[in-house]
Design a protein around this ligand. Structure first.
Ligand code: ZN
Length: 63
């Protein structure tokens, strides 16, 4: 009886552990995609920058 209780408790903590890990990785991917998806036009040379905050042609930072 007691063994079964601790077994369920252990599974419960493992599930919480995996839920936290998935939540952390999902948040990290969201931040990563926010940086990379955003496109902007370079005010100096007019190049459409696909990723990052600095123009790859003239090194002009975004805004
Ligand atoms: Zn540029």
């Amino acid at each position: 009886m007691n063994l079964g209780f601790y077994f369920i408790l252990a599974i419960f903590f493992i599930l919480i552990f995996f839920a936290v890990m998935i939540a952390k990785s999902a948040t990290g991917q969201e931040i990563y995609s926010d940086i990379n998806i955003e496109e902007w036009l370079c005010p100096n040379c007019g190049f459409e920058v696909q990723a990052g905050d600095i123009c790859i042609y003239c090194d002009t930072p975004k805004e």
